[in-house]
Design a protein around this ligand. Structure first.
Ligand code: PBG
Length: 343
């Protein structure tokens, strides 16, 4: 018999093959797909990172991040009002520091009237119902663009931790609700917790950048805060190696024992496995940061007509929920929250 004849005479019995299981049954109609859906995004899942700029009435587009602007404080307050109205729980503030204010040691980070502190106070006053998160790291303030203090080309750990601790206190004093140490120095979570507790900031939360990788996906962010032009070398001696994930578990163990309230994995999409491991291992509130490069990538492909940006955006965010995230830091936050509100 020829192959064709054999095929012709064989009646394929799919029900026998699958044991009667028909996975497509549940997918047949929209109501059924909605009914069996395991994960969803709500506005409550979102943290919106914004870039703040000196001056008044300024909106300065970030060219590598379409739709994202640096905002002067008055406009940051408007953004906070919008976020609160949409039900976004938290804004994360990142300063674009005037290059003239940057120096070797990031002195401006400790200035209680720096951009971040002024933005904190202004937003707290006008929009008290929104949570505010601030970044603890020296890179927006150093002339060399590194997150820590540098001597002979080496990023010093312990000296940096002292400075970061003071930076965290200055931010807490100005009204920060969540301290987000993104610097990856050893011991900084414990040091900051201790300082906050001694300084009467028992209730200020810490979201540890637990598994922060030395990633190419931060490029547009460094444009946005003006650290790209100045950065000397790379951050591989403090940020994690993209080849590793066991190391993330140890980082998490340390952060938790040192007093972190929440953990974060960063970047997001390329590190969903790490997110899942952390969530499964520690059952802590765990967040993913969909970073600037991920945002830029989706926008660029969308603008070129290479993919449907809207659908890709939703799919990328639900992937975080599926992988165990309790929330997501994403530059898409206002867009998503608006779409949810209009549904
Ligand atoms: C600073 C910091 C970075 C990001 C958040 N905080 C950049 C870096 O570590 O170089 C990146 C965020 C993004 O790319 O969206 N320590």
């Amino acid at each position: 018999k020829s192959t064709a004849e054999t095929q012709h005479s064989t009646k394929i019995d799919v029900s026998a093959i699958t044991g009667g299981r028909r996975m497509r049954r549940n997918r047949r109609s929209d109501w059924s797909r909605r009914l069996i859906r395991e994960n969803a995004i709500t506005a409550n899942d979102l943290i919106w990172p914004i870039f703040v700029l000196d001056g008044e009435n300024k909106i300065q587009p970030v060219s590598s991040m379409p739709g994202v602007d640096r905002l002067s404080i008055d406009n940051a307050v408007r953004a906070a009002e919008k976020a609160a109205k949409l039900g976004i729980p938290v804004l994360a503030l990142f300063p674009y520091t005037d290059p003239a204010l940057r120096d070797d040691t990031g002195t401006e980070a400790l200035n209680e009237n720096n951009l971040t502190c002024r933005a904190l106070r202004a937003i707290k006053k006008e929009v008290p119902e929104i949570g505010l998160m601030t970044d603890v790291a020296l890179d927006p303030y150093t002339s060399h663009g590194h997150d820590g203090l540098m001597r002979d080309g080496v990023i010093l750990n312990d000296e940096t931790v002292e400075q970061l601790t003071r930076q965290a206190l200055v931010q807490a004093e100005a009204g920060s609700d969540i301290i987000g140490p993104s610097d990856m120095m050893d011991g900084r979570i414990g040091a900051i917790r201790q300082a906050l507790d001694c300084g009467d900031y028992l209730d200020v939360q810490i979201m540890a950048y637990t598994a922060k990788y030395a990633s190419a996906f931060y490029g547009p962010f460094r444009d946005a805060v003006g650290a790209n032009a100045t950065l000397k070398g790379d951050k591989q001696t403090y940020q994690m190696d993209p080849c590793n994930s066991d190391e993330a578990l140890i980082e998490a163990e340390l952060d938790i024992s040192e007093g972190a309230d929440m953990l974060m994995v960063k970047p997001g999409m390329p590190y969903l496995d790490v997110l899942r491991r952390l969530k499964d291992s520690f059952a802590m509130p765990t967040f993913a940061y969909q970073v600037s490069g991920e945002y830029a990538m989706l926008c660029a492909a969308g603008q070129n007509g290479w993919l449907d940006q809207d659908r890709a955006m939703w799919e990328s965010l639900i992937a975080f929920k599926r992988a165990g995230a309790d929330g997501i830091l994403t530059y898409f936050a206002p867009k998503i929250a608006e779409a949810l509100a209009n549904k």
